[in-house]
Every structure is written in structure tokens, then in C-alpha cells.
Design a protein around this ligand. Structure first.
Ligand code: 5GP
Length: 197
């Protein structure tokens, strides 16, 4: 039996906690890999280059656009974010499923290029809760928080474009939900090749 590696796109308004959920599941499963995106945004406290993102200057990012190094890229909030072909290739040649954390524009581009990709939208229990989490994180100014909340509200309207929705009430349960989706996707008949000889 041959197993297909999955491309899993997880999108969520910022402050929902998608990174925490993904990291939680990755600690329990060693067959998941995370695509590291490139961005022009400044690193947050504790973020490492090459681990959380490839932190690039505007010039470096533009250069990579010119050289066709991006599968997709988008302007999100005030910065550029993009998925490099090298990240996708690195993982599709491995035994691991690949998770991409992208905004909605990124999800659409990936689904266009890889129709077999599994898309998951993560929601906060409420916008109030999201505002609380963003403020608690303390990494954005009040103006940026309000911008992100407005965008979150807009993003929630396109939820139906995604294959699955996870409401993040609590990290452990959301990680279980994510795991269940991955498990079920692997069992899809269309993904399984069986040689009966
Ligand atoms: P943050 O600044 O909070 O790390 O990310 C802001 C937004 O950019 C999030 O919605 C995140 O999913 C999205 N994002 C991160 N990397 C990429 C990428 O490579 N492409 C796209 N389209 N969006 C990304």
C-alpha cells in the first residue's frame, strides 16, 4: 500500500492560537512537518530566523519574487508573506505530511496549484475572546490589534471555502480534531493505492 503525503493548509485570523495547536500536535507526532514561510515582518520576541520564518528585507523578498521562488505570496496586514517552492519540495520528498499556516489568499493559491490539498479554518470561540488573546500576547499595538480584528471579521465570512472548521475552545481538543482530520484524509479511497497481487 502506498501512502500519499498530505499538504494541509491551516488558516485562522491572528490571535486564534493556530500555531499553539499545531505545535502541540507536532510534539506528539513525528510525521508532520511545518512549512517555514518567508516574511518582511520584523521578528517577534523569541522568534528565530529559519525556524518561525525566514525574515527577509523588502529587497530580498522582491528579489525572490523576480526569481519565481514563491509558490504563492501575499500582502497580509502591512507585510509580505510567501511560501517558497524549496519548502514544499523539501517535504514532499520526505515521509511527512506538510502543514502550511497561510492566510486566505495563500490557501486559495495553494488549492489552485495543489487541488489535493486539505484546507482547515480555525475559529476563536468568539471575537471577544480573540481580542483578549491578542491583547494578552502583547506583541501588537492597539491600532494593529483593531486592524487584525476587522480583518478577522472579514475572514470569517469565507469559512465555507475550507474543507474543515475547528473552533479552538481549548488546545488539546483542537489538536485532537486536527489529528482526526489528518487521519481521515489518509483513509480516503482516492488517496490509497492498493496492489492486490
Ligand atoms: P503573523 O504575522 O501573525 O505571523 O501572520 C500573519 C498572517 O500571515 C497569518 O494569517 C498567517 O497565516 C499568514 N501567513 C504566514 N505565512 C504566510 C505565507 O507564506 N503566505 C501567506 N499567504 N500567508 C502567510
Amino acid at each position: 500500500m502506498k501512502k500519499e503525503n498530505l499538504i494541509i493548509v491551516v488558516s485562522a485570523p491572528s490571535g486564534v492560537g493556530k500555531t499553539t495547536v499545531i505545535q502541540y500536535l507536532m510534539k506528539q507526532r513525528d510525521n508532520l512537518a511545518l512549512s517555514v514561510s518567508a516574511t518582511t515582518r520584523a521578528p517577534r520576541y523569541g522568534e528565530k530566523d529559519g525556524v518561525d520564518y525566514y525574515f527577509l528585507s523588502n529587497e530580498e523578498f522582491e528579489e525572490k519574487i523576480k526569481n519565481n521562488e514563491f509558490v504563492e505570496y501575499a500582502r497580509v496586514h502591512d507585510d509580505l508573506y510567501g511560501t517558497l517552492y524549496s519548502e514544499i519540495n523539501r517535504h514532499l520528498n520526505s515521509e511527512k505530511d506538510l502543514i502550511l499556516e497561510l492566510d486566505i489568499q495563500g490557501m486559495r493559491s495553494i488549492k489552485n496549484k495543489f487541488p489535493q490539498a486539505v484546507t482547515i479554518f480555525m475559529l476563536p470561540p468568539s471575537l471577544k475572546e480573540m481580542e483578549f488573546r491578542l491583547k494578552n500576547r502583547g506583541t501588537e499595538s492597539e491600532e494593529k490589534i483593531q486592524k487584525r480584528l476587522k480583518r478577522a471579521f472579514e475572514e470569517m465570512k469565507v469559512r465555507s471555502e475550507f474543507d474543515y472548521t475547528i473552533v479552538n475552545y481549548e488546545v488539546e481538543q483542537s489538536a485532537k480534531d486536527l489529528n482526526a482530520i489528518i487521519h481521515a484524509e489518509h483513509l480516503k479511497s482516492s488517496r490509497i493505492e492498493i496492489n492486490l497481487e
